[in-house]
Write a protein that binds this ligand. Structure first.
Ligand SMILES: *Cc1c(COP(=O)(O)O)cnc(C)c1O
Length: 470
């Protein structure tokens, strides 16, 4: 299996090469040259597999430059009970034909652990095989940075430099990141806001000399290995929710960067019997608007609202281009034309294809508000005895409008409520105690370097602390 660019300007490359790159050299995103198909007989034979065994089967379809025995070891190291609990990715029934697919049992209590834990293993493996090292540079407002640090801590040949806005994360998020004592993890708190952190990362990643000399890499949401690892749990959810071949299920996905639901799109194209892919946004409804109108109109940072489902406060869905590539018949010239139009006019119009969104690709969409989230958290707690987080609540709210008789609706649980105590408190009118192992986090010593908003100071810090292990 080789990988192409959505813009058509990259020669086909094997998995291990695109793993370590960010954007393709032509500004597009890496995409598999063809979508592998899983027939009904193969699917049926996967029913008795453990999560790790299933992950090996699915990932092997996309990764053929890592020997199968090695890939097996990597997925078993990523998806083990010590990391995700004994009951991995459980299905938790709600009411009205809906269930939650429990993706947030990992170390940082959000679904990003599912892909990051695999990414940590496969990065270490590929770097070792090549005898080289990598320095991951990133900016985080909370979730992605902690998932990356927990996945990469203690890994040979990798150092992580994670910038976060000083004094602007929740106590819980700070504790999750800053209490890591591993030598290869560097938390840098910048006196500024998230955008300032992001600007520093962009400036350093744009310094090509610095970037190549210090082997700077990223683990952002466009990394193909993350998408591939996320495809696995759509298969897992289908296998758990059905008992007969060809039986359809629908998935509802709280969305921001379009990474999670893109994996669902791939699973569906691979032949998994998925009826609907229900895309849920919060008040930042760029994607909901696209699936309603066919017009893609990303917003500026100033027009992006800070909501109570903060991990979905995204103005530019960085993975969306991969879906548009399929929508446009895998025609890279047409994709490039769309993004040219976007950079000239701030939007592009695919409304002529609107009737295909649902009929051909199964996509429907809806948006949720702060009031909807509070109401949904309250109702699910009252009627089902289950506490859900605000992002998952957006999913449940939008999913409820699309449930069909006889088609199980699986809502992806993208985080656990313990992470978002203030909103839960607002919904229920009382505080929710943290689980004991999390409550004790706040008592542990923290390791963080506070710095001014100064690119040169951050550059100097990285130069002094880079990983040279090979
Ligand atoms: C990242 C995140 C999302 C959005 O997922 P995308 O892949 O960016 O669409 C939703 N909920 C939570 C809790 C997240 O951390």
């Amino acid at each position: 299996m080789h990988y192409l660019s959505t813009r058509g300007g990259m020669k086909p490359q094997p998995f291990s090469d695109i793993l370590l790159e960010g954007l393709a050299t032509d500004g597009g995103l890496a995409i598999p040259e063809r979508i592998p198909v899983v027939d009904a007989e193969t699917l049926a034979s996967w029913r008795s597999l453990s999560y790790a065994e299933l992950a090996a089967r699915v990932l092997a379809l996309f990764i053929d430059d890592i020997p199968r025995g090695d890939l097996d070891e990597l997925v078993h190291a990523a998806y083990r009970p010590e990391v995700f609990g004994i009951d991995m990715v459980p299905l938790k029934p709600l009411d009205g034909g809906m269930s939650l697919l429990g993706l947030s049992q990992g170390p940082t209590l959000a679904f990003k652990d599912m892909a990051m834990q695999f990414l940590g293993q496969v990065f270490e493996y590929v770097l070792k095989r090549r005898g080289t090292s990598l320095n991951i540079l990133g900016a985080t407002s909370g979730d992605t940075g902690s998932a990356a640090e927990h996945a990469l801590r203690g890994k040979r040949g990798i150092a992580v430099f994670m910038l976060s806005p000083h004094g602007r994360m929740s106590d819980f998020q700070r504790a999750q990141m800053y209490t890591l004592q591993d030598e290869n993890i560097h938390n840098i708190a910048i006196k500024g806001v998230f955008d300032d952190c992001q600007d520093i990362v962009k400036a350093l990643a744009g310094d090509l000399d610095f970037k190549s000399r210090y082997r700077i890499g990223a683990v952002n949401s466009i990394n193909w290995a993350r998408i591939a690892a996320q495809i696995v749990y759509y298969f897992w959810g289908w296998l758990r929710a059905t008992s007969a071949p060809g039986q359809q299920v629908s998935f509802a996905v709280p969305s921001g960067n379009f990474g999670n639901i893109l994996a669902g799109h791939f699973a569906r194209e691979m032949g998994l019997p998925i009826r609907r892919l229900v895309l849920a946004t919060n008040e930042n409804n760029v994607l909901e608007e696209f699936f309603r109108t066919g017009i893609y109109r990303p917003r500026s940072a100033e027009q992006t609202r800070a909501t109570s489902s903060p991990s979905m406060d995204i103005s530019r869905a960085s993975n969306f281009e991969r879906f548009v590539f399929d929508l446009l018949g895998r025609d890279a010239a047409r994709v490039s034309a769309c993004w040219d139009t976007l950079s000239r006019t701030g939007q592009f119009d695919l409304s002529s294809l609107r009737d295909q969104f649902e009929s051909r690709y199964g996509f429907v969409a809806g948006a949720s508000s702060h009031g909807d989230r509070l109401e949904t958290i309250r109702r699910i707690h009252r009627d089902c005895g289950v506490l859900i987080d605000p992002h998952t609540a957006d999913g449940v709210k939008v999913a409820a409008a699309h449930v069909e008789d006889g088609v199980p609706m699986l809502v992806l649980e993208t985080a656990l409520p313990a992470k978002f105590g203030a909103t839960i408190e607002e919904a229920l009118g009382r505080s929710v105690p943290l689980p004991p192992e999390l409550a004790s986090l706040s008592a542990l010593p923290q390791r963080v370097t506070v710095m001014e908003h100064d690119v040169d100071a951050v550059r100097a810090y990285i130069q002094q602390h880079v990983s040279s292990a090979a």
